[in-house]
Design a protein. Sequence first.
Length: 97
Amino acid sequence: MRVTVTVCDVCEDAERETRSWQIRDVSGGVTGNVDLCEEHEQPLAALLAKAPASSTVKTKTKARAAGATPAKARYRPHGIKVTTPEEIEKKKREQGA
Ligand SMILES: [Zn+2]
């Protein structure tokens, strides 16, 4: 049995549920992935709420269509969710490993 716990990159508190964020510097071509708890995702969530939703990808239906039931599905998304196709592929690989 293998248990994987994703902790917040800021507080590293294992008791907190986290969400994965991808931050991209479009002009610089730099992309970073971070996992943040509800508290520490607030600055990003606030920014995202003001930003155009052009790059927002909702994965809920896609994940269901693919028959995927990731362990992380237990956490309840609240509000904005940012997941890129690259992130989906990465998760698929992690689950397959
Ligand atoms: Zn945190």
